[in-house]
Design a binder for this molecule. Structure first.
Ligand SMILES: [Zn+2]
Ligand SMILES: [Zn+2]
Length: 222
């Protein structure tokens, strides 16, 4: 399933890696392979994000982005296991950080809101707690916790998890919110800023905390 010995010549055209821009799950394996070329190692979190993205596209009834049709508010980060989830979501939606179409909201959850920009219709996807726990107790995660880097782990471990994820019923893995309207202007970069009254540095509003009526940056507010 995963070929880590790809020659450069094999990557010379998109046609050669048979990457199709569709949302059907039959293309999942091709997308997974393409994703691991970008990602650098085989892990379960990247394909989990990919499947979440493809399922979200289906629910929202929108195709993968060609230009900048979609935006993702990615809730994971800033520092925890399985950040690789967001790589798969970029791959699945083509709403990439490179195109400025993914914003990290740093809520410590492998969840995201997918938004169609022209209409504002959106859907939130999160991982079911039971499924999350199963992954956290897996042999792969145990090795990661013990400090083994993903590339050093026998690839059979994540490959088995990935196949299980592919075959599991979608509703046993993900929770989908109602289709809503999301005003993306809220997620646009703000020009509003204040001066932190402790370190005196300029801080944009999302980084401002108010303590005793004073504006503080996150570091000074802690
Ligand atoms: Zn990874
Ligand atoms: Zn400060």
């Amino acid at each position: 399933m995963f070929n880590n010995n790809l020659e450069i010549s094999q990557l010379s055209t998109l046609e050669n890696i048979k990457l199709t821009f569709q949302t059907e799950l039959e293309n999942y394996n091709e997308l997974v392979d393409a994703g691991f070329i970008l990602h650098g190692h085989v892990c379960p979190a990247m394909p989990l994000g990919l499947r979440a993205a493809l399922e979200a596209l289906k629910k929202l009834d929108v195709p993968r982005a060609r230009n900048k049709e979609l935006h993702v508010l990615m809730e994971n980060g800033p520092a925890h296991a399985a950040l690789c989830f967001s790589e798969g979501v970029q791959l699945g939606t083509s709403a990439t950080i490179g195109k400025g179409e993914m914003t990290r909201t740093n809520k410590g959850k492998n969840a995201f809101v997918l938004i169609e920009k022209s209409t504002g219709k959106s859907i939130r996807v999160s991982i079911k707690y039971e499924f999350f726990e199963k992954i956290m107790q897996s042999e792969f995660v145990m090795k990661r916790k013990a400090g083994v880097e993903p590339y050093e782990i026998d690839q059979k471990l994540p490959e088995k998890m990935i196949q299980n994820m592919l075959n599991a019923p979608v509703d046993s893995i993900f929770e989908f919110g109602e289709i809503m309207k999301t005003d993306l202007s809220q997620a646009k970069g703000t020009f509003n800023y204040h001066q932190c009254s402790s370190c005196l540095e300029p801080v944009y509003e999302p980084g401002i905390r108010i303590r005793d009526g004073k504006y503080l940056c996150i570091d000074c507010a802690e």
